[in-house]
Write a protein that binds this ligand. Sequence first.
Ligand SMILES: Cc1ncc(COP(=O)(O)O)c(C=O)c1O
Length: 481
Amino acid sequence: MFEALPEQGVPGEQVLGELRELRRADLPTHGGRLFAYVYDPALDGLDELAQAAYAISAHVNGLDPTAFPSLLAMENALVGAAAGLLGGDEETVGSVTSGGTESLILVVKAARDSRPELATPRLVIPSTAHAAFAKAAHYLRVALDVVPVGPDLRADPEAMAAAITVDTVLVAASAPSYAHGVVDPIPRLAAIAAERGVRFHVDACFGGWVLPYLQRLGAGLPPFDLSVPGVTSISVDLHKYAYAPKGVSILLHRTEELRLPQYFAFAGWPGYTMINPIVSSTRSGGPIAAAVATLRHIGDAGYLDLARHTREAVSALAAAVTETDGVRLFAPPETSVVCLATDPAVDIFVLADELAARGWHTQPQMSFGDLPATIHLTVTAAVAPTAKEFAADLAAAVTTTRDRGPAQLPGPMLEAAASLTPEMITPQLVAGLADGLGLGGGDFTRMAAVNSLLDAVPPALREALLTGFLSLLQRPGRSTE
Ligand SMILES: Cc1ncc(COP(=O)(O)O)c(C=O)c1O
């Protein structure tokens, strides 16, 4: 058990050694073999630079930019850079937030509070929109209208138009979607929203920093940013394809007027008047300074090079999928994602385990409606040098997967799961299930059985089971050592 508050303080070097030791259990954040969670440009010295910049501003408080003008200057510079990249003009304003989820919560809040007269404000999204919209709708009590995507996995403009009502405060779509990496038809959607007088947000959190460069390299993607009439806001995460350390996203609004309802102000207490543009109040300047250092060090030409490497890597990985019997591309690899599906003889969750056993850490995605389970690969520039090794490992993994057959779940466990409802999930039941599935010891390397079970149950039960499991892990007395 790792102790955060020892009776006597521990020397700094020892603490750092302990932290490094803890990190050894994590997936590798460098090396081009982790296809989710992290974004790696594989640039020598960038980590050290970002860390040094982080340290300079770590204790600065974003709560009051008049007290810390350095942060205001950095935030305005980041917003300006994003506006320049994403079709903004002199009217464009924005905010620096802690991540994509926060940017989306804020754009929903701004839209909701721009229409205070509505009893039930509504948000229209395609079914492939990021889960953070559901979270925003839930937190803010905005009704969510989810519109099925077309067979091309893109938002269906006619269906989206039909979902807009007089209560709709915001329509949103993705550029690109996380699960499949495809770009929604933004110009048509934006025109529809504009015609109905509704705000339209482009969620470019994931790909917003790489898409403009892919365009410059000739990717031939449709326009998706503030240059498109009717787009009222767009979000882009710097901790994704801008390769900044975690904790920075940008939310841009076409005009200051559109941004105003995003602010929260409160003077009705004896302390300082609190004026917050974003969810948190006190916040560290560290991530912001690290992002500024990252952008300035890489520069526009550097990002173009990184996009070129990413594009090469996507091509190599997609070719490997196309050339391997038993797997196929599930979505066109038009941006920075490779999404693959398997033939029935190849269990997708066993394949994910087999790839992991060969050092390739992918992200299994559960089946959804008519869509089968898939494997998602977020591809970053660091993958370019390793991508050519993927084909042989994929072929070997598919062969082994075929030989092993589907993940085996104890029959009684499947039966028990089929009779469960979310209300029946208790901490004891989850602990028993976790033990039965071999997760009690904290070994998450072979997940096929668990994933198959989760895939077989309805989404609401999956949510309850995983909530219970996370809660089981998040107990102070627990250790995975
Ligand atoms: C399209 C999209 N939007 C929003 C988010 C949420 O971002 P975050 O995890 O930074 O909160 C993600 C994360 O992957 C994303 O891909």
